[in-house]
Design a protein around this ligand. Structure first.
Ligand SMILES: [Zn+2]
Length: 233
């Protein structure tokens, strides 16, 4: 049995644990950070503000046009009521009415614009609300699944921790320290398998002597290129 077998087995467990921990981190981040939901909430809020404004503008435009219509009616009843006889005054009244009517058509255009805007903002608001409801419903399901995954992976990790304890048994303390240090330096892989005469981690071809040394039950052999401990099956 080669000296690196124990460490190789330990690394297999450690890798499973690394994967599970990464999965748990991802789940936690997803649960905490619902960008999509926040965006949908912001959209509803913005649409509500816009809707409130456009309703307000529509009411103002309608009230302004209504007030002007009353003014025109009053001017017309003066014009045709017979109380005003003076031709100059009558002419002025006619001019006034013409200019009021011109202004009225401007106001009515504005009212129509406001109406279109109000309708659009009402539609926007409804669609933002629908989107939000859909996202909330979907996330509700997603969250349920994520929570289920979370407890499954947590249980898995507990089982791996027991496996790790068992794998640690035959490994002496100083060796473990070397392994931990290498794992930190080498992004999680301290032990490299020899596959087809090469280091499986860095791909360097290993000479027969190195391959033979890696099988030694007494001493560890490092890859001459990446420095990882070599393991020969
Ligand atoms: Zn290597």
């Amino acid at each position: 049995m080669s000296a690196s077998l124990g460490l190789y087995r330990l690394q297999q467990v450690d890798r499973k644990m690394d994967r599970s921990r990464a999965q748990l981190d991802n789940i936690r981040a997803t649960l905490e950070n619902d960008v999509e939901l926040k965006q949908a909430l912001n959209r509803v809020e913005a649409a509500q503000t816009e809707n409130f404004h456009s309703d307000h503008q529509l009411k103002n435009a309608a009230a302004e046009a209504e007030a002007l219509k009353i003014k025109i009616q009053q001017a017309e009843s003066s014009l045709y009521g017979g109380r005003v006889q003076n031709p100059k005054e009558l002419q002025d009244l006619q001019k006034d009415i013409a200019s009021l009517k011109k202004h009225l058509s401007t106001l009515e255009e504005r009212e129509l614009d406001a109406m279109i805007k109000a309708e659009k903002s009402e539609n926007d608001l409804q669609s933002a609300k629908t989107d939000l409801e859909l996202i909330q419903a979907r996330l509700g399901n997603e969250h349920k699944n994520l929570l289920a995954d979370q407890s499954r992976i947590a249980l898995e990790l507990e089982r791996f921790a027991e496996e790790r304890e068992a794998a640690l048994g035959p490994i002496e303390g100083s060796l473990l320290q070397t392994y931990e240090n290498l794992r930190q330096q080498k992004r999680g892989t301290a032990i490299a398998e020899i596959v087809d005469g090469a280091c499986a981690s860095c791909g360097t071809t290993l000479n027969p002597a190195t391959q033979q040394n890696a099988r030694s039950p007494k001493q560890l052999t490092n890859c001459p290129s990446c420095g990882r401990i070599l393991f020969a099956n």
